[in-house]
Structures are given as C-alpha cells and as structure tokens.
Design a protein around this ligand. Sequence first.
Ligand SMILES: O=C(O)CCC(=O)C(=O)O
Ligand SMILES: [Fe+2]
Length: 363
Amino acid sequence: MAAEFDINIITSVKQLTEMPNVMKAVVPCYYAHPNSPIHSPAFGTSDADLDSIPIVDLSLLSSEDPDQHSKAIHDLGRACEDWGFFMVVNHGIAESLMKEMIEVTNEFFEMAEEEKSRYIGQQVFDPIKYGTSFNYTSKETIYYWRDYLKLSVYPHFHSPHQPKHFRELLREYCEKCRKVTRTLLSGISESLGLEHELMKKSLDLDSGIEVFVANYYPACPQPELVMGLPPHSDFGLLTLLIQNEVGGLQLQRNGKWININPIPNSILVNTADHLEIFTNGKYKSVLHRAVVKKVARISIGIANSPAMNATVSPAASPLIQNERFPPLYFPTKYSEYVEMQQTNPLDGKSCLDRIKIISPSLK
Ligand SMILES: O=C(O)CCC(=O)C(=O)O
Ligand SMILES: [Fe+2]
C-alpha cells in the first residue's frame, strides 16, 4: 500500500502527505489501525445531545449573589462528577483572541519542515517539543495521524519565535486561560466542601505547571482507517481545549463513543487524572480520543497540573478518611507520573491503573 519512502526520515504526517512519491488516495500501512475500537461494533458512535453536555457559566461562579453562586458551584460539581467534561461560557476570553491563536498555530504547522524540525525535542521534559504521533521514536508500531507542538508555558514561559506574533498571542492566551483555570479550580474545591486553600496547598498549586499542546491532524484520504489520538485520559488537573470548526473529539460515556461538538466560542474542559486521584475517584478522568477527517483539524489544549515535585494522594483529601472510603490510589510524585505516561504507549487509563490500590477482598 505504501509507496516508496523511508518512514524513518518522516518528521510529521503533514510532510508525509505532501511527499511527491506517496500515494494520495490511500494511507501508508504504518498508519492503518485495523483493529482499533473505531471499527468495533461494540463502540457505537453517536452525536452527544448538545443539551446534555453540562455548560458552566464562569461569570456565575464569581457571582456576588449567594444563590447564583451556590447554584453555579453545585452545577460545576455535578458536571465533574457525572461527565468529567463540560463547556465553559462567559469565560472572559475574547473570541478574536481564540481565533487568532488557532490561526497562528496553523501558521506554525504550515512552516517549512526544516524550520519546525529545529524544535524537535529529545527528552520527556524538554520545554519545547515539536513531534508527530504520540511516542514516534520508540514504542509505537502503528502511528497516529497527528503532529503536535508542546510547550511548557508556566511557571517559565517557552515559545518558538516563529511564526510572527505566535509568542505574544500565546502569552496573552495562556494568561487568560490561567484565570479561567484558577476560577474553576477554586469552584471545584468549594464544590467538594474542602477547607479553603486545602487543595491549593496539597497540590502546591502556586508552583503548578501549565503546558500548551497544539494538535494538528492533517487532511486524511482514508479517515476511517487511522486514529488521531487513541483512547486516553489526560494527566494533570484540568485541560482547557479549543479547536477549529472541524469536529473530531469523542468521549466515552456509558460504553459508547460520542462526538463532542462544542458550542462556538466556548472552552471545552475536562477533569484529568490528578483530579481523579485527589478526589479519590469522585471526579472522573474520562476516556477520550480524536478521530480525523478529510480536512485538517487543529485543537489546542492547555493542561494544568500540580507542581512537578508535588506528591498527589487521595490521603490529602478529607473525602476518604474513613473506612467506607479507603484510598484508591497510591501517593505518586507528579513528575514520576508524567514520565511514566510519556515514555509508554498512550493506552486508555493504564497509568491510573498502575497506581490503583487493589482492595484486599479483590486480591
Ligand atoms: O484533539 C482533540 O480534540 C483532543 C486532544 C487531546 O485529547 C489531547 O491533546 O490530550
Ligand atoms: Fe486528551
């Protein structure tokens, strides 16, 4: 199926699709996932009933009207507990800034391969990393139809200097997102009934880190054969996601994959692994994946996490300190968890599973 080219010299899917000696109508076999859940009848896909995905109005979370405020906190808690995904509206980030961020990210991926290749990282914790698939070099045998740019943006800000305006837009966008995240995390802490500052202190949120991840899924001639990103949960606390107009995100709910098509100008937020650990499983980190289309898709996530040195443990949470709710996860240093996730194939909730405590009755 594949035409003559050397897979080892490919640095991006985009580059591959533009090579003159690659057939344009079929995907190379290295990308075809014949047994992926995408083709399994057990995973019917449907469109989420838009009314049912929780919508969180950020302005109400900071409302001075006590009734409005407590309803907003209650709704946020329900969204984290029932769905693990919600759309945030009235978030205070200008529509124009979100659009510009997507445009300038697109310009990055459109740059010449030699330019982008300067940012190819070698190590897990490199602050600027351009790459393809998930773990292209080592563990993957079938690749994902995805190129990415990963930047560590907080507490130290890292950005490529090209394209023009990328750096300043990124800085502004991240600052705005940080405010959204802080409001959400403080609302989440309140929704859990935790003592003020407990979550902040236990997770050392003042030294918490933020990572910008741009995903570029090139136009694909046979989208049904490939995966953009396989089913996975995110590490960290919350991920804020925006995207261009091409949908492709699916989440797993009640055993089915459902398409998520966010309302325009909203930010899609999901609760991630370390919120599941911290809340001892009350707020779930939900499996999601990205399918690709015949047209290119971009998504931009801002992932917020505890400090690298923080040890995340359900024991830090009063949600568990009685016999009926024993801790479900071993305390784990955040940096070690990230390393485990980044050096293994992306595979469902396998990292969370590794730190799960098996109750004696189940052994
Ligand atoms: O592209 C998407 O919609 C999902 C991206 C994602 O899940 C991730 O970057 O972790
Ligand atoms: Fe994700």
